[in-house]
Design a protein around this ligand. Structure first.
Ligand SMILES: Cc1cc2nc3c(=O)[nH]c(=O)nc-3n(C[C@H](O)[C@H](O)[C@H](O)COP(=O)(O)O)c2cc1C
Length: 351
């Protein structure tokens, strides 16, 4: 059965009403992946692969879509995969299917490998006969509404009860810090300016970003993508980027850091799951979110961010701004589901 039989032409229009309720569980598992691919990912690289085997979805990270210059520790690679996993869990919960998640036993060993082989992350086993996760199910309507908002927010304060609710979506081993402290904002702004300056003098970094822009990863029309690619390759845009970042940060009432108690691939996947839950919960409450991660992409700056956390023994995995504002009108492109499915994968992982 070709995957596309059960995939909409525009991935963002996937509808629960097309869910193949009368088809075998394998077909249902494939359909759930239509929601997985709507997840956010660093530079929209969508670095995930899936294999379906009966009621099991095997999830892999795809190192061929990793950004070695911007993401030297592969933190963003694994965070992105975590976001996709979370969408499957939320969609299954909404459709009242139980899912058991088992971590791939060799995930921690992959921390030291840098090969091109796909990295097994986890197996999700569906059990349609059992009830779905009641806490996750309400997040479902936000999956297709969630997006990264790059525009200025309107600086309206966020009620503290809304912020407390978001904190409830972090999981074990993960913590969310939300702040409106002006001295922290000033420190973050200075770090952002330094990060932009360091990245734009690095030719390899510029070329990596330029390639993503040129491929149309961010959804800009073809001509704009090619102009953007040329500009980023040849010009030092750090001053303009910092000015824009400052405007964005100043318009956001809250800055946030999501941190984990370990700095392993598993912890980074868990951070991605928490990020996606928080993002979906924020979307349901009319909030806009933009990750601003360059301060975590440079090891010395990442350490400075860690020292700003109330608990510096934790490891920052993602930093973002949060606020109210106009949603963006268009959605970023997604690879077709067929492109991220692999057939006949080694399924030697615990069921
Ligand atoms: C791990 C991770 C890091 C990201 N870092 C940034 C960032 O530093 N700046 C930014 O504007 N967006 C960032 N994003 C958002 C992605 O660019 C965005 O998810 C992707 O382009 C897809 O667009 P969408 O979120 O609107 O669906 C990040 C997303 C993830 C998951």
């Amino acid at each position: 059965m070709p995957v596309s039989t059960f995939s909409p032409a525009d991935p963002w229009t996937v509808s629960e009403y097309d869910f193949p309720v009368t088809e075998p569980v394998e077909t249902q598992a494939r359909f759930l992946l239509n929601w997985a691919v709507l997840a956010p990912s660093s530079h929209n690289r969508q670095p995930w692969l899936f294999a379906v085997d009966g009621p099991r979805i095997h999830v892999f990270a795809d190192p061929s879509r990793w950004l070695p210059i911007a993401d030297p520790d592969r933190r963003e690679l694994f965070v992105s995969v975590g976001c996709a996993i979370e969408n499957v869990l939320v969609a299954a919960a909404h459709l009242d299917m139980k899912v058991t998640m088992n971590w791939a036993p060799d995930l921690s060993a992959c921390a030291s490998t840098t090969g091109d082989d796909r990295i097994r992350v986890a197996t999700l086993r569906l059990d349609p006969g059992e009830s779905g996760d009641r806490d996750r199910a309400p997040l479902f309507p936000a999956i297709a509404d969630r997006h990264t908002n790059h525009e200025a927010f309107d600086n309206r304060p966020i009620p503290s009860r809304v912020l407390s609710t978001l904190e409830e979506y972090t999981g074990d081993h993960t913590r969310l810090w939300l702040t409106d402290d002006e001295s922290i904002r000033a420190s973050v702004y200075k770090m952002m300016a330094r990060a932009n300056a360091m990245q734009f003098v690095d030719r390899e970094w510029r070329e990596e970003l330029a390639e993503c822009i040129g491929e149309g990863a961010f959804g800009t029309p073809w001509l704009m993508s090619k102009i953007g690619q040329l500009a980023v390759t040849h010009l030092d845009l750090s001053g303009a980027t910092t000015a824009k970042d400052r405007e964005r940060m100043d318009s956001a009432p809250v800055l946030a850091a999501l941190a984990t108690d370990a700095d392993t691939p598993k912890a980074q996947v868990q951070a991605g799951q928490a990020l996606e839950r928080i993002w979906l919960a924020a979307t349901l409450r009319g909030l806009q979110l933009q990750p601003m991660n360059q301060i975590l992409q440079i090891p010395t700056l990442k350490n400075e961010v860690r020292m700003l956390l109330p608990d510096p023994s934790m490891h920052p995995q993602i930093t973002f701004r949060l606020g109210y504002g106009e949603p963006e009108s268009s959605r970023s492109p997604r690879r077709p589901l067929d492109e991220v499915m692999i057939e006949g994968a080694d399924t030697n992982v615990p069921a």
